[in-house]
Write a protein that binds this ligand. Structure first.
Ligand code: HEM
Length: 415
């Protein structure tokens, strides 16, 4: 192991608090992309892993889903937490087995259960509700009288209400779901933690809630995603209870914090780049391009991992069978070989191939929905937004998994 290129001791691209200071984090990523595209990390509190930071390398690894599989190690967890969770629940994921944890052939069978709700006719059916919610939250900004914490007042609620509608849940459930998802996904951030550090007991409580939903939708199916999952068949048999609950969990968690992170990061980027905001106001046809640039710029998902099933050569090194690689999407999205002048927020740029939604067979199933939510929100807000500025300290979530602003105080005038 000793002749492997180790990550320099003064570089850290994986500890949760690093994600609250993006300027220095992005400097580290840039250094690694240039000088050390593949580095071996043996550092507490994690089991060893490789860091992958270039766009082309992330894509090559994600594309080769036979060599690089999602089970058993999908995210960086401190090894004590890993060991305790395995001991308590039998797996590193506290018993959850969602599509993101699966490999072929199961992955395809389970992904097909929900994918039609997120594209084509399924998405079109949801769009009037997305538009209505976008308008409502803009009206609420108006009602707040020109000042709000955009993160906690608007951005966390809007995508959550979209998901709730899709699942067929009443709006009144949103505060509870928000509390649970923040404890699950933001569990690394001291402000959002519960009793344990990595959300395992939040999983248990939330599973009880979702179990009731499952039973109810089996008894009285409706035209919603929760019913589709509850009554799905896999290989001709009813979907298992754990698999259905895991599906609920991923639909709620994956579609929520990620999208709200993109919305807060988008607002922050517009305030810092008033020229881009003016451009969008003058040329609404750039809305979709702006939404993609927001996703590239923010990269709400910070990493996922894969485990090698065989030895694999990369940059003169051997990633050995059984070793894990961490793919850093924000770094791939600032890769200067993929995006000229990558540290410029430019709503007109060609964002094709950006990695905010991942790549390959696991690429985000909710991508079209997330972009539609961004289009609806900024497409309606920017033409009415006459003035906007920071009104306090913007604070990023300390998470190496899903990030965004946990506070974004702003002052504004909306027509
Ligand atoms: C801006 C918002 C979003 C971002 C940045 C995002 C990002 C991602 C990323 C990076 C992955 C993993 C891709 C990979 O491993 O290659 C993923 C997977 C996934 N996302 Fe999203 N996502 C967003 C919104 C959504 C929404 C709205 C939903 C659904 C309501 C959703 C549901 C999922 C699911 C179910 C997966 C697992 C797909 C699989 O394993 O096949 N995401 N997302």
């Amino acid at each position: 192991m000793s002749n492997r290129p180790g990550l320099p001791a003064d570089i850290d691209i994986f500890s949760p608090p690093r994600y609250a200071d993006e300027a220095s984090l992005f400097r580290d990523f840039a250094y690694l992309r240039q000088y050390l595209p593949l580095a071996w990390v043996e550092r507490e509190p994690y089991q060893p892993f490789w860091t992958v930071v270039r766009s082309a390398d992330i894509k090559a690894i994600e594309k080769d889903h036979e060599t690089f599989i999602n089970a058993p190690r999908l995210t960086l967890l401190p090894k004590q937490v890993e060991a305790a969770t395995i001991q308590a629940y039998g797996t590193r994921t506290a018993g959850v087995r969602a599509i993101i944890d699966m490999d072929l052939p199961d992955h395809r069978k389970y992904r097909d259960v929900a994918s039609r709700w997120f594209i084509g006719a399924g998405l079109r059916k949801l769009m009037p509700r997305v538009d209505q919610l976008a308008e409502r939250f803009i009206d609420e900004m108006v009602a707040k009288g020109g000042e709000c914490d955009f993160a906690t007042d608007v951005a966390v609620w809007y995508p959550l209400q979209v998901i709730a509608s899709m699942l067929g849940l009443p709006e009144t459930e949103a505060p509870y779901i928000l509390r649970m998802t923040q404890q699950l996904l933001g569990a690394q951030d001291p402000d959002l933690q519960r009793s344990d550090q990595y959300g395992a007991d939040a999983y248990v409580e939330f599973s009880g809630y979702l179990g009731k939903l499952l039973a109810e939708r089996r008894a009285n199916p409706g035209d919603d995603l929760a019913s589709a999952i509850a009554n799905a068949e896999i290989d001709g048999s009813p979907i298992g209870m754990v698999d259905a609950l895991s599906y609920y969990l991923i639909a709620i968690t994956a579609g929520h914090d990620t999208t709200s992170g993109a919305i807060t990061g988008g607002m922050h980027a517009f305030i810092q780049n008033p020229g881009e905001m003016a451009k969008l106001r003058a040329r609404p046809e750039l809305t979709r391009s702006a939404s993609n640039e927001i996703c590239r710029w923010v990269s709400p998902v910070k990493h996922f991992m894969r485990t090698a099933t065989r030895d694999f050569e990369l940059h003169g090194q051997t990633i050995q069978a059984g070793e894990a690689v961490a793919l850093f999407f924000p770094s791939g999205n600032r890769d200067e070989t993929a995006f000229p002048d990558p540290d410029r927020f430019d709503i007109e740029r060609n964002t094709e191939g950006h990695l905010a939604f991942g790549y390959g067979i696991h690429a985000c199933v909710g991508r079209q929905l997330a972009l539609a939510e961004l289009d609806a929100f900024f497409g309606k807000l920017i033409p009415r937004l006459q003035k906007v500025e920071f009104a306090g300290e913007a604070r990023l979530i300390q998470s190496n998994l899903v990030g965004g602003y946990k506070n974004l105080p702003i002052r504004y005038t909306i027509a």
